[in-house]
Design a protein around this ligand. Structure first.
Ligand SMILES: CC(C)(COP(=O)(O)OP(=O)(O)OC[C@H]1O[C@@H](n2cnc3c(N)ncnc32)[C@H](O)[C@@H]1OP(=O)(O)O)[C@@H](O)C(=O)NCCC(=O)NCCS
Length: 363
């Protein structure tokens, strides 16, 4: 999509001589660009998670080219020759809720830091957010890369939510415990059954499942200025089409009340065949009326058993849990998840970012 140029009269984006800052369109960028961007993103990833397999260009391209229509994602890179040395993007999600937010990804290769590239990219995303009438930027930092927090504090951002990245080494997982949780789940949650959905979502359940996922609005969000959100069935279908186009595999375990077939809980594990070592533990949610019956454990155990049967190359499972999410952390600890790293979500008012950037430009 064409990106409106930055109003350069106000904050000229200054990058050191020899480097080039340019916009890119994630939906149409060519393969060579995706290769350069994947190399950059792999370097960023390895700084915080050194054991992870590299990000594959094809995987990145599939992910970006098929973004759902309700997401606008302008992006910018800084290049040194053909090499991408810094990148930023801003997700403008056009649902009915959270129209005040702009979710920002921003990174600079370690050897190119402290030269103003982060600030030049922040100027781009701030301008795009402002033009889209968004007032709050959401950004994240990782404990293993302290430069992120330092730069965010400098710009005037405030921490909104801390989350632990937890990891389960599959060599240490107790298969007896998984089997026990499944058996206990069946016994305790009488009147419920589990289904496993592995390819497309069943059409007859799609609207009910979209509604069930709104239970995720119950997760603690700390000090984040974020509203509960809900997708229409059509938007949910579009998000699902994006998932299918991404090439990821999944096991979705869904709990149902047998009396009326109402969906009451779910958990999702996904992986990409090009990076089979990592299983990503996605959302897990159980409706309030069905909590305390052991469904959370049963769902997780059933999904993991099935994913391991389908993907024998899996080596670990990763998940992120808010520090304040006691229920989910307890289940994960019992399963053998251990803290791996921490992430923090930060909030930066667009007005504050503009003030910071104007001050820096005047220096
Ligand atoms: C955060 C990051 C993008 C900053 O990139 P950068 O090119 O080094 O940033 P800049 O040189 O433009 O510096 C911006 C400001 O932050 C300050 N800053 C940057 N790194 C810092 C550090 N390690 N310690 C203290 N201050 C720091 C700079 O002094 C500058 O302040 P100023 O405007 O008052 O002069 C980079 O460290 C990075 O890629 N980190 C990993 C990814 C990440 O954590 N992203 C967070 C989302 S923003």
């Amino acid at each position: 999509m064409p990106h409106t140029p930055l109003s350069t009269a106000v904050h000229p984006p200054r990058v050191p001589a020899g480097l080039h800052l340019e916009p890119y369109d994630p939906r149409t960028a060519p393969d060579a660009f995706m290769t350069a961007l994947a190399a950059f993103q792999t370097a960023q990833l390895h700084e915080r998670q050194p054991d992870d397999p590299a990000i594959q260009p094809g995987q990145l391209a599939a992910q970006l080219r098929h973004l759902p229509p309700f997401v606008t994602l302008p992006g910018w890179v800084v290049r040194d020759g053909a090499r991408v040395v810094a990148e930023a993007n801003v997700a403008l999600v056009n649902l009915d809720q959270n129209r005040h937010l702009a979710q920002v990804g921003l990174g600079v290769l370690a050897s190119y830091r402290r030269q103003g590239l982060g600030r030049a990219l922040l100027a781009q995303v701030t301008e795009a957010a402002h033009e889209a009438d968004r007032r709050l930027l959401l950004l994240s930092s990782h404990a293993r890369v302290p430069a992120g927090e330092a730069a965010l504090r400098r710009a005037g951002a405030t921490p909104g939510l801390s989350a632990q990245v937890n990891q389960l080494a599959l060599t240490e997982v107790s298969h007896e415990r998984l089997a026990q949780w499944a058996t206990q789940g069946q016994a305790r949650a009488q009147g419920h059954r589990l289904d496993l959905w592995e390819a497309e979502l069943p059409g007859a359940d799609l609207a009910a499942f979209a509604e069930l996922t709104q239970v995720m609005n119950d997760q603690p969000l700390g000090d984040l200025d974020v509203e509960d959100s809900a997708m229409s069935t059509e938007q949910f279908r579009e998000a699902e089409a994006h998932f299918q186009a991404s090439g990821r595999q999944r096991v979705l375990a869904v709990a149902r009340r047998t009396a009326d077939h109402r969906l009451v809980g779910f958990t999702e594990l996904t992986w990409h065949p090009a990076r089979p070592a990592i299983l990503a533990q996605g959302a897990t949610g159980v409706r309030p009326e069905a909590r305390g019956l052991g469904l959370g454990r049963w769902l997780k155990a059933a999904a993991l058993q099935r994913a391991l049967a389908r993907n024998p190359e899996a080596r670990f499972v990763r998940t992120e849990n808010a520090d304040t999410n006691a229920a989910m952390r307890r289940i994960n600890e019992e399963l053998g998840f251990r803290p791996y790293s921490t992430t923090t979500l930060w909030q930066l008012e667009v007005a504050q970012a503009q003030t910071y950037l104007a001050g820096a430009a005047a220096r």
